[in-house]
Design a binder for this molecule. Structure first.
Ligand code: ZN
Length: 65
């Protein structure tokens, strides 16, 4: 196993060595954006709001006689 302390880590997105320290742990800004989009994708999962049909019509008041 190559246990070089200075070895670039593999990009979690594409698997390429993340040589750019500024973009770590990703290899490039592009892969960083992809990872970010994944997170946003999770957040933006729109919950299905149940269409609350409040049926308050056809409510006739019974007239007292
Ligand atoms: Zn990458």
């Amino acid at each position: 196993m190559a246990g070089d302390p200075g070895a670039a880590r593999a990009c979690p997105i594409c698997g390429q060595p993340a040589a750019d320290a500024k973009q770590r742990p990703f290899c490039s800004a592009r892969c960083r954006q992809i990872d970010l989009n994944r997170w946003l994708g999770e957040v933006y999962r729109v919950p299905v709001a149940p269409a609350d049909a409040n049926g308050e019509d056809a409510h006739n008041d019974d007239e007292e006689e």
